[in-house]
Design a protein around this ligand. Structure first.
Ligand code: DGP
Length: 114
């Protein structure tokens, strides 16, 4: 989609610190990290949010979670614990309208979130 920040990152048009990638999913470090490990996982194809991915292509949603598990291992937070978050829509606090999952770890994470 034109004018989509994460589409441009997925296409390599805007630089990002990519930590892992597959044919359909890219993982890169969040520019405003909220934890020692803060990685975003996005589909290369444009979807507005994660539920839209699950509706259209459940296997792709599973690929996003699978790559998150791989990154959790490579970042050293698989055993210590971590959190996957998919902010969705206005009340969910989604600021970038391209589906993404946050992988957060490396510190104790409070619950409930704000
Ligand atoms: P959300 O608020 O759930 O939509 O999360 C969007 C995240 O995207 C937010 O944590 C900051 C991150 N972000 C925004 N712009 C950029 C960027 O240009 N590069 C990177 N790496 N992350 C970005």
């Amino acid at each position: 989609m034109s004018d989509c920040l994460f589409c441009a990152i997925a296409a390599g048009e805007i630089p990002a610190d990519v930590v892992a990638a597959t044919d359909r999913v890219v993982a890169f470090r969040d520019i405003q990290p909220q934890a020692p490990v803060h990685v975003l996982l996005i589909p290369r194809a444009h979807f507005d949010d994660l539920p839209s991915v699950a509706d259209a292509d459940p296997a792709l949603a599973a690929e996003i979670v699978a790559l998150a598990a791989e990154v959790a291992r490579s970042e050293g937070v698989a055993a210590t614990g971590h959190r996957l978050v998919a902010n969705t829509g206005v009340d969910g606090g989604q600021s970038v309208p391209h589906a993404h999952v946050h992988l957060l770890g490396g510190r104790s994470l409070a619950w409930p979130p704000g």
